[in-house]
Design a binder for this molecule. Structure first.
Ligand code: IVH
Length: 727
């Protein structure tokens, strides 16, 4: 390990005591001076740029927190590379989840029904919800220990975010200290910027850029402005930006905040947080919808963006019983406002080829502003859609965008159609590789797919490059310094053809097989050049940084690894399900190969995973059925070690056990029993086999009980089961 690395996994800045801070500032000043000397005087840098940036950044953070301790020889006063590396990572004690969406009144009624069914509540019994605006900003988790803010972390991927503590402290709505707070309290809420402040900020940025004769870099909307302002490496910039915070949820807490969501919000208020004034407690669906209408009516007059209403089950004991399903709580839902629309001219239709070979027609539009964002492209989904909407090139079209989703073409304004409007002919061949493009027949339904796909597979460069982009993307390998631009460039140069090639870059460079070197150019930043001197990647600080970024991912979670493979129908959620079911990539791989036999146990076992259906299973089987895919995975596994997945709960006495429920359950519904068992790491199956560990039998149990007894499966009453799992 490098001598400098010791500083970087140090105590979070928010937790440093003043004497520790002073000591560390002295050490940092010395180390940075050494590194500067090595770089400038000796021309022989002995740490990577990333490490250097991290040192300077840590120095700055400590100085921001303890301004009085700033040294006369502070590195931050010296010219030199300003810190540019990212923030420290911060793992959330409790994951930050997202919300399921409802788009209409029926979805809200469905939600109420689902919750009742899960809890076993009759239609007439009382079930209250809170209704609060869904703020369109960025979520932030604030961890207080003994009343002191020790960590502010962005959501990130939900598991790990960025430590933005010092920046958060510059926001007036975020108290640094709390009185009479639980020992551990993680307050979660939304950081946002008002419309007026957003306009003023863009005006100011324009003026400043003009003064320096530069192109201004403006924010597209208040949410981007809030995110951009909070995620500033220089906290002084965050301090100069007007940001606000509404509290609405929590992570880890050492004691209950109340009995209901409503009480918890009142507690936040008492502790000094702002809660949204439009929040209301509603005792039934009719009142929830009335509050939705009320908030929607007030929306235009609000000085900040909201994009819907969030309903949450009020009783916290119910919330606890409801728990989570994949990435969403079962006890909450976001009822979205209808999308915003605009009209513009469709200038052309182009075909994009995705990583699964799907040909997507994209409308090139005359740029238009929709809800504060300039839109120049919109998806047309597929040939059927173009046909059905009778979209022609040159037409005026209505487009809409909702939240983060890709803008869509809603309809054609027929009254405005000109004579020259031209029908689009959907290509029969892939525009990138020329292979035939076909509408595959779904093996399960026998119906032709609406999407047309390129049959080029591995020979299609569009698919290969999209797969590689997916491989390095944020939710997959997330390799620092290797983004879409670099991948495209390396791919074109034939330096990276498949994932494993990423991990042999350093070795090939050292063996002289490839020759990447940096070249300073003021206008473009650093460029990587190959042997012929062609640029192969831009905006990377140095090759060493890139190699370090790659090496940092030689160990990776099994879920990320599986997601990165880009198997059809297997995204982040399903990858997690597979990882936690099989435990690691090797077991998943083996099961996928075995599952080819649809009669076999491996196939049945795959289908027994809650959330995995036949279509997903088919995607996995097809992927591993191809020898070239298996070879590519084998080559990757020679370079990368996937870590064993955290099985839902390995400590629990039922982890890994297979349970079947039968008969009437008395203290909870079947859904709840199943969800609870799964959260404890048990597999819940619908049928008894020799592999069943427990049959939980309530009154009225019939054939399953007989079969279990015949097979010698242990039979438990509901009470015995409750004892076993300790509830
Ligand atoms: S509750 C476990 N309440 O919406 C669920 N979220 O799609 C915790 N958001 O990431 C979220 N206003 O950034 C909740 N009143 C509100 C919200 C809200 C905005 C955002 C939040 C979250 C996203 C979920």
């Amino acid at each position: 390990m490098n001598k400098y690395a010791s500083n970087l996994d140090a105590i979070p800045v928010g937790k440093l005591a003043p004497d520790e801070a002073a000591e560390e500032l002295a050490r940092l000043a010395a180390e940075i001076a050494d590194a500067d000397a090595a770089y400038y005087n000796d021309d022989a840098p002995d740490i990577t740029d990333a490490q250097y940036d991290a040192l300077r950044r840590r120095n700055l953070l400590i100085e921001k927190r303890f301004p009085k301790l700033k040294r006369a020889d502070s590195p931050s006063d010296k010219v030199g590379a300003s810190p540019s590396a990212g923030f420290e990572k911060a793992k959330h004690a409790v994951p930050m989840l997202s919300l399921d969406n409802a788009f209409g009144d029926e979805d809200v009624a469905e939600f109420d029904k689902r919750v009742r069914k899960f809890l076993g509540l009759a239609e007439e019994s009382e079930l209250a919800f809170t209704a609060e605006p869904k703020i369109d900003g960025l979520s932030l988790s604030l961890r207080y220990e003994k009343g002191v803010l020790v960590l502010a972390a962005t959501r990130g991927d939900g598991e790990t975010g960025e430590n933005v503590t010092i920046n958060a402290l510059t926001i007036a709505d975020i108290p640094e200290r709390l009185k009479a707070a639980p020992d551990i309290l993680e307050v979660r809420g939304e950081v946002f910027m008002s419309h007026e402040e957003f306009e003023a900020l863009n005006t100011r940025l324009t003026r400043e850029a003009e003064a320096e004769e530069k192109e201004p870099k403006l924010f597209a909307n208040p949410r981007n402005a809030a995110a951009g302002s909070l995620r500033q490496l220089d906290a002084a910039i965050t301090a100069s930006r007007p940001l606000h915070f509404f509290a609405y949820a929590w992570g880890e807490v050492s004691e209950a905040l109340g009995e209901t969501q409503w009480d918890a919000l009142q507690r936040f208020k008492k502790l000094g947080f702002k809660i949204n004034p439009l929040t209301k407690r509603c005792k039934d669906v009719a009142r929830m919808l009335a509050q939705y209408a009320e908030i929607e009516r007030k929306r235009a007059a609000l000085d900040y963006d909201i994009d819907g209403v969030v309903y949450k089950v009020d009783r916290l004991d119910y919330q606890a019983r409801l728990g989570f399903v994949s990435r969403h709580p079962r006890w909450a839902i976001a009822h979205k406002f209808p999308a915003e629309k605009a009209t513009t001219v469709l200038e052309d239709i182009e075909i994009q080829v995705g990583r699964t070979g799907k040909l997507t027609p994209v409308a090139r539009l005359k740029p238009v502003t929709v809800g504060g964002v300039v839109v120049a492209n919109a998806t047309l989904h597929n040939a059927d859609e173009i046909e059905r909407k009778d979209v022609r090139i040159g037409d005026w079209v209505v487009i809409q965008r909702a939240g983060d989703v890709i803008p869509q073409v809603v309809e054609v304004v027929l009254e405005k159609r000109k004579k020259g409007a031209r029908k689009f002919k959907f290509p029969e061949r892939c525009p990138v590789c020329g292979s035939h493009a076909v509408n595959e027949v779904n093996p399960l339904t026998g119906k032709a797919d609406v999407d047309r796909r390129c049959t080029g597979g591995l020979v299609c460069p569009a698919q290969a490059v999209e797969r590689l982009k997916h491989f390095v993307s944020r939710r997959a390998f997330d390799i620092e310094g290797l983004g879409e631009k670099q991948i495209t460039s390396f791919f074109e140069q034939e330096i990276i053809k498949e994932p494993a090639d990423i991990f042999t870059l350093r070795q090939r460079q050292e063996a002289g097989e490839i020759s990447l070197y940096t070249y300073k150019n003021k206008a473009d930043g650093d460029l990587y050049l190959d042997k012929e001197g062609k640029p192969v990647a831009t905006n990377l600080k140095s090759i060493e940084n890139l190699f370090d970024g790659i090496d940092a991912k030689r160990e990776i979670s099994s879920a990320r690894f599986i997601n990165a493979l880009g198997i059809r129908h297997v995204g982040e959620t399903n990858a997690r399900l597979f990882a936690s079911h099989y435990g690691d990539v090797a077991a998943f791989y083996e099961a996928a190969v075995m599952a080819r036999d649809a009669e076999g146990e491996a196939y049945q076992d795959m289908l027994s995973i809650d959330g995995i259906g036949a279509l997903v299973a088919q995607g996995v089987i097809d992927f591993f059925d191809e020898a070239h895919n298996r070879d590519a995975v084998d080559r990757l596994l020679a370079e990368v070690t996937p870590l064993a997945a955290e099985v839902a709960n390995t400590q629990s006495p039922v982890a890994g056990k297979t349970v079947v429920f039968t008969g009437t359950l008395e203290t909870m519904t079947r859904d709840e029993a199943k969800a609870r068992a799964q959260s404890l790491g048990a597999k819940v199956s619908g049928s008894i086999s020799a592999k069943t560990d427990y049959l939980v039998a309530g009154p009225g149990a019939g054939s399953k009980l007989k079969k279990a007894e015949g097979l010698g499966v242990e039979v438990l009453t509901e009470e015995q089961w409750a004892m076993l799992i300790g509830s």
